[in-house]
Design a binder for this molecule. Structure first.
Ligand SMILES: Cc1cc2nc3c(=O)[nH]c(=O)nc-3n(C[C@H](O)[C@H](O)[C@H](O)COP(=O)(O)O)c2cc1C
Length: 220
């Protein structure tokens, strides 16, 4: 007997829809909130992610102290300036982009890699960075679940991890990897903000798929 494990057509459509309509958001409705039960569902979705050797390397730190939020924003602003300088001729253009919504978003989360990761060797002996890959799966789950709940999320990686770790009292071998801005948004654009701002443009799938080995650009 062949068992059909597929979801129904409308369920499948919802999965593909949330994948294509997820956006990185930097503009949030000021003063809005996320109901506690919704936040709990989103964190549960993140926690359901796959992880190498089932190590579950993620830690989620909810920032509810406004002073702390401001200090996190200051760290990001500092890194924004350093990034602009490192970008040289595109520095001014970069500074004109909106790259975070830390002060406006309803909820601010910091996601970190947990302590004691060296004990986990399964799947990481040659690829220790699989802990980061696992955390990224959790963040993507949260991102997709948030979109399905009508909430926007923005992933901010413009910060000095040592400085953020010190601010949040992380243990020595833990490491912050993401600041997540979450909450109600005025609208979801249908294209990445970086495209709308003319900073960068996504390339088509055909340029990233090859058969039986690496393809040089002209073969694809
Ligand atoms: C690991 C990671 C880090 C990112 N860091 C930032 C960031 O610091 N600031 C920002 O504005 N966007 C950041 N983004 C969002 C990307 O710019 C965005 O995903 C990309 O432009 C595609 O747009 P989309 O997510 O709306 O499809 C980050 C995304 C990822 C996956």
């Amino acid at each position: 007997m062949i068992v059909d494990h597929a979801f129904t057509a409308s369920e499948r459509q919802a999965v593909y829809r949330v994948i294509s309509e997820r956006r990185d958001m930097r503009r949030f409705l000021p003063g809005a909130t996320v109901p506690e039960e919704v936040l709990a569902r989103l964190l549960q979705a993140a926690h359901a992610a796959p992880s190498v050797g089932l190590m579950q390397p993620w830690r989620f730190i909810r920032i509810t102290d406004d002073r702390l939020r401001e200090r996190i924003h200051a760290l990001v602003d500092q890194e924004r300036a350093l990034t602009a300088r490192a970008l040289g001729p595109r520095g001014e253009e970069f500074l004109a982009l909106k790259v975070e919504g830390i002060l406006e978003c309803a909820e601010l989360l910091v996601v970190a890699l947990g302590e004691g990761r060296d004990a986990h060797i399964f799947g990481r002996r040659t690829l220790p960075q699989m802990d980061l890959a696992s955390v990224s799966c959790a963040i993507q789950n949260l991102w997709l679940a948030a979109r399905s709940e009508g909430l926007g999320m923005g992933w901010v990686s413009l910060f000095d991890p040592g400085a953020l770790a010190a601010l949040l009292n992380l243990p020595d071998d833990a490491e912050p990897v993401a600041i997540l801005c979450l909450g109600p948004v005025p609208e979801f654009p249908d294209r990445p903000a970086l495209e709308l701002d003319g900073w960068a443009f996504a390339r088509p799938l055909s340029e990233f798929v090859s058969e039986n080995g690496w393809a040089v650009a002209n073969d694809r």
